[in-house]
Write a protein that binds this ligand. Structure first.
Ligand code: SF4
Ligand code: SF4
Length: 449
C-alpha cells in the first residue's frame, strides 16, 4: 500500500480508505439495513490486511446498522490497525446534550472507547448555523476530546464553496475535512478551490465520491470510446481514481466498496497511484471526457437558486440535477432512487402547479413549468427519457445532430433505458456537476414565442 501525508498530523494515511456506506447487502438493495455481515467483515479485514488504515462510516449508513457491522469488523485486533472516522448526525440534534448521546451510542455500536476522527456530517449552511452554531456543538466536541472520546474534529461537506469558506474559516480547531471531488466536480461544492483552501490551511482532505457514486465507473459507450482511444489503457474507474490521487492536496480517497472484487481492484489501483503521475496529454484526455459528459446535459440549470423559493415548495435545482444526472450517466435507476428517498414529496417536480413564477427569475431562461411534468414522469413515474435517445439507434442522440446538439421540439416518452447501478461514493444526495453556461439548449430552455 502507498501512503500519503495527512495534512499537519504526524501520521501517514493509506492512499485508499474504506468507505462503509455501500457494504454488500443480503437483499441486493444498495445501502439497505440488511448488510451481508460475513462478506462485509471479510472485505474490510482484507483491505486492512493489505494496508488500508482509514475506515469511514457514519450514524445513518445502512439504516443505522453500518456502525454495528464496522464495529464487528474491527474486532480481533483490527481496531488498532486503523484510524476510525464516523460522523455526528447533526440534523437529529434538538438540544446540546444530544451530541453526547449520539456520540456515546456510536462508540457503543463501534465497540471502541474512542474515535480517531469525529466529523460533523454533511455540513451545509443551514446545518452549520442552525445546529453546530446554535447548539455550540464545537464546545461539546472539544469537551469530548478532553474526555478522550474523540481525537480530532472534522466535517464532511455538501454546499457551495462560499459556505465551505465560511465553515473552514469559522473554527480554528478543525483537523480534517471530507469533500466530494472527482473529475466532473471540479467547480461544484467545495471543488478545486475548496481543496486548495483546505490544503493551504494544513488540513488533510478526505475525498469522497471519487467515482461519483459509481457513475464514472460505468460511463455510456460514447465516453468509454474516448478512454479506449487513448494510448494508456485504464478502466474508467482507474482513470477517475488516478485523477483524484494525482492531486497533492488529497490525503486519502474513500471508496464505498460493495464487493470483494471492487476491494481488490481498488487496492490494485491505489498501489499504482502517485501525486502528479498523470501527464499533460492524459489530463487533456480526461478534459475531453468531461466535455463529452457535459454535452449530455439536458437542462442547462446552473443551480444558482435564483428561481427559489417556489410558492409550491418545489426544489427546482435538485429536480433538474437528478434528471440531468440520470441522462448524463445513462443511469435513471439511481436518479429515481435518489428522487424517491431524498427529495420530499413537496419538493419533487410532481408538486409543480405550473404557476411560472420562477421562470422570469431564471437567468438561463428555462421554462421550468414545461420541464417539471417531464422530470416527474421520468423520475417519479418511471417513464423513459425522450424517445430521441433510441430513435437514432444510439445512446447519445446529440452526436447524431450535425453542427449543434439539438433536441426534438417536444419530448416523447417511448424511449429507452439503460440502467447500470453502482459502486462507491458517499453522499447520495448532493448529486451535482459543473454545468456549462452559455447558450441554453433543449426543448424548454426558452419558450417559443
Ligand atoms: S412553475 Fe412550478 S416550479 Fe416554478 S414556481 Fe411555479 S410551481 Fe414552482
Ligand atoms: S432553474 Fe434557473 S434559476 Fe433555478 S437554479 Fe436552475 S438556472 Fe438557476
Amino acid at each position: 500500500m502507498l501512503f500519503r501525508t495527512f495534512g499537519k498530523l504526524a501520521w501517514k494515511v493509506s492512499a485508499l480508505g474504506f468507505g462503509c456506506m455501500r457494504l454488500p447487502t443480503n437483499d441486493g438493495i444498495p445501502m439497505s439495513g440488511d448488510i451481508n455481515e460475513g462478506e462485509a467483515l471479510r472485505m474490510i479485514r482484507y483491505a486492512v490486511d493489505q494496508g488500508v488504515n482509514y475506515v469511514d462510516t457514519a450514524y445513518p449508513y445502512h439504516g443505522g446498522n453500518g456502525e454495528i457491522v464496522v464495529g464487528k469488523a474491527l474486532k480481533d485486533g483490527y481496531r488498532d490497525k486503523v484510524k476510525l472516522a464516523t460522523k455526528s448526525p447533526v440534523w437529529l440534534i434538538t438540544q446540546p446534550d444530544d451530541f453526547d448521546r449520539y456520540l456515546n451510542e456510536q462508540l457503543k455500536k463501534l465497540q471502541t472507547d474512542h474515535l480517531d476522527f469525529y466529523l460533523f456530517h454533511a455540513l451545509n449552511k443551514q446545518r452549520w448555523e442552525q445546529f453546530v452554531r446554535r447548539y455550540s456543538l464545537l464546545d461539546r466536541a472539544e469537551s469530548a476530546i478532553r474526555d478522550g472520546k474523540i481525537c480530532h474534529i472534522g466535517f464532511s461537506f455538501h454546499d457551495k464553496y462560499e459556505t465551505f469558506q465560511e465553515i473552514i474559516n469559522g473554527y480554528d480547531g478543525w483537523s480534517l475535512c471530507q469533500i466530494k471531488y472527482n473529475y466532473m466536480d471540479t467547480e461544484d461544492q467545495a471543488g478545486t478551490a475548496g481543496l486548495k483552501l483546505a490544503a493551504a490551511k494544513g488540513l488533510p482532505v478526505v475525498v469522497m465520491e471519487p467515482l461519483l457514486g459509481g457513475r464514472l465507473a460505468n460511463p455510456p459507450n460514447s465516453i468509454r470510446e474516448i478512454f479506449d482511444g487513448f494510448g494508456t489503457k485504464r478502466s474508467p474507474s482507474e482513470w477517475a481514481l488516478q485523477w483524484v490521487w494525482n492531486h497533492p492536496e488529497v490525503s486519502v480517497v474513500l471508496s464505498g466498496m460493495s464487493s470483494m472484487a471492487q476491494v481488490e481492484e481498488n487496492l490494485h489501483f491505489a498501489n499504482r497511484s502517485a501525486i502528479d503521475s498523470l501527464g499533460a496529454e492524459e489530463l487533456k484526455w480526461i478534459g475531453r471526457v468531461r466535455e463529452k459528459f457535459q454535452e449530455r446535459i439536458l437542462v442547462p440549470c446552473t443551480k444558482c437558486g435564483y428561481c427559489l423559493p417556489c410558492p409550491s415548495g418545489v426544489n427546482i435545482p435538485v429536480n433538474f440535477e437528478l434528471y440531468n444526472d440520470g441522462f448524463i450517466h445513462n443511469d435513471p435507476k439511481t436518479a429515481r432512487v435518489l428522487y424517491s428517498r431524498f427529495v420530499s414529496e413537496g419538493e419533487r417536480a410532481g408538486a409543480c402547479t405550473q404557476c411560472r413564477t420562477c421562470e422570469e427569475k431564471c437567468p438561463q431562461k428555462i421554462i421550468v413549468s414545461e420541464w417539471m411534468p417531464n422530470v416527474h414522469a421520468v423520475l417519479g413515474e418511471g417513464q423513459s427519457f425522450p424517445k430521441h435517445q433510441s430513435q437514432f439507434g444510439g445512446e447519445d442522440p446529440f452526436q447524431r445532430a450535425p453542427g449543434r446538439p439539438g433536441r426534438p421540439a417536444s419530448p416523447s416518452w417511448a424511449g429507452h433505458e439503460t440502467p447500470p447501478c453502482d459502486q462507491g461514493g458517499d453522499s447520495p444526495l448532493e448529486p451535482s456537476r459543473a454545468v456549462p453556461r452559455g447558450k441554453p439548449r433543449g426543448i424548454s430552455t426558452a419558450r417559443q414565442k
